[in-house]
Write a protein that binds this ligand. Structure first.
Ligand code: PLP
Length: 371
């Protein structure tokens, strides 16, 4: 348990990154994108860490995706100058966007209505304007098969040239998360790519050249190649979590994030521990737990050879949450090794939300990131 020594200084819930695994996940996605001639524009909301984003630079990435204007400001401050804000354009943030553009950041913004294009045009912001397309997730976006709507939006963007540059069609196929096998993910992924191609064809008929940008980690991990896709924007792929594992699109030894949670209570009579690590840290996003119950995390144990961690066997899960308390349940053999005052490492159900809540990262060797 040499590495536990490295983590011994931890006093409160802390994000622990297996740097070797994370960098392997990055290298794998970068190589797959490069093999298809596809631009790799990772979404940094998964960690919001400048140091982890520097690992993308090391594999040749020069453009990123963010989900808020403040995140764009944070990363622009570290020299990123090609940033897509993959969240609907919010006219109330026009002043901050103008400042980013004036500072030399090439901005990508997304719109899905003529009203949004008009307000973007009126704001005077210079940007790449993407049409947000609903390819099956039904969160935002113009329906992929609404040929008239897609052409009207592209025409409106073009009429605001040269300040607005028509960038193409962008989607997030978040419905891949409902799948429970790689084959099922691939079916959803292929259907959403086909929907994007139909939208692209509608624009082609109207004389528009429309690149396609996609980005959801299950689809990007499941696909063997990205032929005909101009850009991918996965975010979670670098760290991964229980939700990704349950889609069957990553391996156990790809899991690169755990939350170190101090044990503060032991209840052998009800086969549980209580740790500092509640909904304020892990969020209420859940994965499939024992007997179909929600699991907010699963305990991992450090490898004897110090090469990483593995899912605890027998398994123990975080099955209950209060704001600061996490209840870990499992067979006695899984819990006995964790006395009060020790740390339990928990792979969260959803890495992005745990990272956004905790924000403090150390590597498995105890080295702080973004220090
Ligand atoms: N693009 C958009 C618009 C998103 O909303 C997200 C995630 O929510 C992503 C890309 C990245 O997807 P994932 O978290 O599956 O990697």
């Amino acid at each position: 348990m040499g590495r536990m020594t490295a983590l011994d200084g931890i006093t409160r819930p802390t994000l622990v990154v297996d740097r070797a695994r994370a960098q392997r996940n990055v290298a794998r996605m970068a190589a797959k994108a490069a093999a298809s001639g596809t631009r790799f524009r990772p979404h940094v909301k998964t960690h919001q860490s400048l140091e982890m984003a520097s690992w993308y630079r090391e594999v040749g990435v020069d453009a990123i995706t963010v989900s808020s204007v403040s995140m764009a400001e944070q990363f622009a401050g570290d020299g990123w100058d090609d940033i897509t804000i993959a969240f609907p354009f919010n006219p109330r943030e026009a002043a901050a966007l103008l400042a980013l553009a004036a500072a030399g950041v090439r901005l990508g913004l997304i719109v899905d209505s003529l009203d949004a294009v008009r307000q973007l045009d009126a704001s005077g912001i210079a940007a790449d304007a993407w049409i947000d397309v609903d390819a099956g997730y039904h969160r935002t976006g113009v329906a992929a098969d609404d040929a008239t709507g897609v052409v009207e939006l592209a025409t409106a963007i073009r009429s605001a040239a040269p300040r607005l540059r028509f960038a193409g069609l962008l989607t997030h196929a978040g419905h891949t998360y409902a799948a429970r096998s790689r084959d099922e993910v691939l079916r959803i992924h292929e259907a959403s790519v086909a929907a994007m191609r139909r939208a692209q064809a509608s624009l082609g008929t109207a004389g528009f050249d429309a690149p396609i940008s996609i980005g959801d980690t299950p689809g990007c991990n499941a696909a063997d190649a990205f032929d005909g896709i101009d850009e991918i924007r996965p975010g979670n792929f670098v760290l991964l979590d229980l939700q990704q594992l349950q889609t069957g699109t990553c391996a156990e030894d790809d899991l690169a994030l755990a939350v170190a949670c101090p044990v503060v209570g032991r209840y052998p009579d009800r086969d549980s521990l209580v740790v500092h690590g509640g909904s304020a840290q892990l969020s209420r996003d859940a994965a499939d737990g024992p007997g179909g119950q929600p699991a907010y995390g699963r305990v991992v144990e450090l490898d004897d050879a110090d090469t990483g961690w593995h899912l605890g066997d027998p398994p123990a899960y975080v099955t209950g949450l209060a704001q600061e308390h996490g209840t870990v349940t499992g067979p006695r053999a899984a819990l006995d090794r964790h006395p009060v005052g020790s740390l339990v490492l928990v792979v969260p159900a959803h890495a992005c939300l745990a990272s956004a809540s905790i924000r403090t990262f150390v590597t498995l060797d105890g080295e702080p990131l973004d220090a």
